[in-house]
Write a protein that binds this ligand. Sequence first.
Ligand SMILES: [Ca+2]
Ligand SMILES: [Ca+2]
Ligand SMILES: [Ca+2]
Ligand SMILES: [Ca+2]
Length: 519
Amino acid sequence: MKKILLALSLVLLLSGCYKDDINDLKNDVNDLKNRMAQYENLLDVLNKRLYVVSYETKEGSYVITMSDGSKLTVRNTSSFIKIGDNGNWWIDGVDTGKSAKGESGDKGEAPKIAIGSNGNWFIDNVDTGVSASGQKGKDAAEIISVSLANGIMTFTFADGRTISILASAPEITLPNPAGGFAIDKMQWFKVEPQVANASGATYKWIVNGQETAVTASFFYVFANAGTYNIEFKAKNGVGESSKTFSVTVAEKTYLNRIARVFDFFPAPGQFVNALPAATATDTDETMRVKAETALTTGSMVSLGGFGGYVQFGFDHTIVNKDGNDFVVLGNAFTDWSEPGIVMVSYDANGNGKADDEWFEIAGSEHNKPTTIKNYEITYYKPETEPTNPNEPKYIRWTDNQGQTGYLSKNQFHKQTFYPLWKGNTVTFKGTFLKSNIYDKSGTGTNWANPAYDWGYTDNWANTDVRGQIDISWAVNAKGESVKLKGIDFIKVYNSNRAEGGWLGEVSTEVSGFKDLNLP
Ligand SMILES: [Ca+2]
Ligand SMILES: [Ca+2]
Ligand SMILES: [Ca+2]
Ligand SMILES: [Ca+2]
């Protein structure tokens, strides 16, 4: 039994030694593979005409990011050689005291790096006096140094071979109009620089010393006339470049009111077909013109029940300055609010049309639990007009909350409440706000709809500061805050589906607009 145990332990011991050898061999092969892979990766980078956009030291390696986002890892046992801020050659973070500008100045090419016979680093045949002992005697396929100079990263192998890859800061080309840039105030100013070596670059736009954007192109609106100095910086992991230019912004006089109506689409309501007047021969376009005439001459339009809307624009961009920026006028008074939600947009595609992304002004009710986002309601055209002047089951509606109901007829308004120029159904979408409406008298004679705190129109009286809107309250469709520089288009829609007895349905009115930037 003892013999068997002895034999067994010998076998285990032997196999242990054998395992170590195999592991060593495996490590050697892996090491060789890694080095070959490194070499092949570098050749691949050259073949693909990639360039270096950044580098970092990470877990004992240099991690070099290429313009296609791929990463190359060089084991940190190689030395890193670059030109320091003082213009000297630095090796592994130590100043050699040797200027990188040779006698003939900056050569604009990769430096020649070698280990001299005295064991020191030689750069462009100049002895740096720094010992390269750490890199001596390495296998031919090993990288002994990585250098970065003159926009070129060079990998030097122990056998003297080199591979050089472009490693440049982004290069900026800006359009340069004769006499500089000129624009009127409150109009979009756009500059699109060409940037070479742009992969992975970050940008900064600085207007009169103040950072205002981090985008590749510049889309800006100046609130005031004057001369502005603008600096554009583009940066990647190997360097930064910048260009400056000036813009002359001219004074201009604008209309402080609505200049255009793009669309008018009221939901059924007691003022529909009356404010403005409509007949069955009207069309979307004739109604747009009627709404435009009303809103450019100090008259009023009514948006009808929930969802009814109007879209309008101006002869200038409404600038998002500090604090409140504009008021959409209505006819609200104490205890009678008919709050409309304000949507804003800017002419991102520059075609003058309101066909760009819309943002909602998130007012005081936006995040309340009673608020329904993405609410949708469909109204059905009545087959006949009712004989009862106060018919409660007048215009049927259904919504996407599984509810159905009716808009009542109202004896004070004889005309049909369904928009005459529309088809058999009309559908509206938006954010539904729970109405504050209540019967103040308890007998149905005196109804009140108190205002929401802030952020709506036809909510507070036109002169009340609580009716003013700050463009900075805008959110995108995901509910995320967006900081718009200015807006060109506004859409207002009725946010309530509510009725106040003999007063009829709650319907937002729009009667004008004031830009708080203008006198
Ligand atoms: Ca503002
Ligand atoms: Ca009103
Ligand atoms: Ca547009
Ligand atoms: Ca109304």
